[in-house]
Design a protein around this ligand. Structure first.
Ligand SMILES: [Zn+2]
Length: 120
């Protein structure tokens, strides 16, 4: 996705992931949970096709995802949910920033500051 605008196929629904702001892979990368080494070899998914992650995005313009059951925010520790919401939402905003900028495909500059430290 970095090199050109051609989408990658979502392994859940089979449709193309056409933008970085729909990308579960890049969101996990910017928040420090996907090793850059495997970024280009991991299967792509839409954010909404990974509700266990995207339920933590709380942002205007992103329709809230609700997960029922064991992995739903409603059953998790509230403190964890707060931290997770903060991190994942910041990651989502970062993706929007990247999408709006003249990113040159240098993915090492994508992650949040604390995630860049973790990858070092
Ligand atoms: Zn999908």
């Amino acid at each position: 996705m970095a090199k050109c605008d051609e989408g990658y196929r979502c392994e859940v629904c089979g449709r193309d992931v056409t933008s970085i702001i729909d990308s579960d892979l890049y969101l996990r990368f910017v928040i420090g949970e996907l090793d850059p080494e495997i970024l280009h070899t991991s299967p792509e998914r839409h954010l909404r096709c990974n509700p266990v992650l995207s339920q933590f995005i709380r942002c205007d313009g992103f329709e809230r995802v609700v997960v029922e059951g064991d992995f739903g925010a409603g059953t998790l520790d509230p403190e964890f949910v707060d931290q997770r919401t903060d991190l994942v939402t910041r990651g989502y905003l970062r993706l929007q920033e990247i999408a709006a900028s003249e990113h040159d495909g240098d993915v090492t500059s994508y992650p949040l500051p604390e995630a860049i430290d973790r990858y070092r």
